[in-house]
Design a protein around this ligand. Structure first.
Ligand code: SAM
Length: 303
């Protein structure tokens, strides 16, 4: 994918060098995530796109991974039409493309296509998906590659429309939409909620962050409490299995400013998709989660 870097020629600096932030002195590490394969990227469906999957079992409350942002910028849903905000977001994306073009294009092919970069062929993208490239911002926990097959990738990317000659305005709109769906509010002590959430407030001091892996976690609706009698067997666990927080708080002193930390809400099996509840009423997409569409044969526990 050398063509991406050689074609990218933008100048800007969002001033955050994640690679310098990812190592902490041991004294700050309290119960940090284990440094063994934690997550892998996989394909959920053509409608949902990629997702993140457990590469090993996790116990309830276990820390899964901590990751520095690949890019950060300003974001405020209520002011998302403000040209100065979209200008900052575009500059941040272009800046990140210069240094991390291959990873960004592999992780977010739709956004790249809106900037005129067609999805790379599977043979080009597979080494990126399968190497540590997508896990390069992990401070704790390790990336275990991808399970995406050629067929899945090609089916997914064949539906992506490339804008052959995007204007600056096209690019700004695409990046704004991207921030709505992928950015996390990185205010001190933010947790739970939703990437690009309505409460996301961004000023110079509070950036909105995109994470190579963290931003690939999909939404799952929280079911209402299941009703079952004492004699009945408890239904299998459903609903979101993870939660997140950004920045140091509580006992998790190992979390750096602007780093996202992902934690298990309940026991998670190897291979299970990681999800959390975006918490928004208007999600901006038709929900395909396991609560709304339980797998065939499973008992619905939403009452
Ligand atoms: C934060 S991204 C998650 C990663 C995304 N699947 C991808 O491939 O880039 C959020 C986007 O993923 C899709 N998505 C996430 N959860 C979904 C769900 N439960 N049902 C349908 N689409 C979902 C929507 O397109 C949403 O805008």
């Amino acid at each position: 994918m050398a063509n991406i870097r050689s074609r990218v020629n933008f100048k800007s600096d969002d001033g955050f060098d994640a690679s310098k932030q990812s190592k902490l002195p041991d004294k700050f590490l309290r119960n940090a995530p284990k440094d063994e394969p934690a997550v892998r990227i996989g394909f959920v469906s053509a409608a949902v796109g990629y997702g993140l999957f457990a590469a090993r079992p996790f116990k309830q409350d276990e820390f899964i991974f901590t990751e520095a942002p690949i890019l950060s910028s300003l974001f405020h849903e209520a002011n998302s039409d403000d040209p100065s905000l979209t200008k900052c977001q575009l500059a941040a994306y272009r800046n990140a493309l210069e240094t991390h073009g291959n990873e960004l294009t592999a992780a977010y092919p739709v956004l790249a296509a809106s900037h005129g970069f067609p999805p790379p062929a599977f043979d080009e993208v597979e080494p990126v998906l399968n190497s540590d490239a997508l896990g390069k911002f992990l401070a704790h926990g390790r990336f275990a590659g991808s399970t995406i097959t050629r067929e899945e990738y090609e089916t997914f990317t064949s539906k992506i429309r490339v804008n052959p000659s995007p204007s600056d305005q096209d690019c700004r709109l695409a990046v704004r939409n991207f921030f709505r769906h992928y950015a996390f509010d990185a205010r001190k002590n933010s947790a739970g909620g939703v990437p690009g959430g309505a409460k996301a407030v961004a000023t110079q001091a509070h950036g909105a962050c995109i994470y190579l892996l963290g931003s690939l976690v999909n939404h799952c609706c929280t079911p209402r409490a299941p009703r079952f009698s004492r004699t009945e067997e408890a239904p299998p666990p459903v609903g979101p299995n993870c939660c997140w927080r950004i920045g140091p708080q509580g006992l998790a002193k190992f979390i750096e400013k602007k780093h996202i930390c992902v934690q298990a809400r309940r026991d998670i099996e190897e291979g299970e998709q990681l999800t959390w509840d975006y918490g928004k009423r208007d999600l901006g997409f038709v929900c395909e989660c396991s609560t709304c569409r339980p797998p065939a044969g499973s008992r619905c526990s939403v009452m």
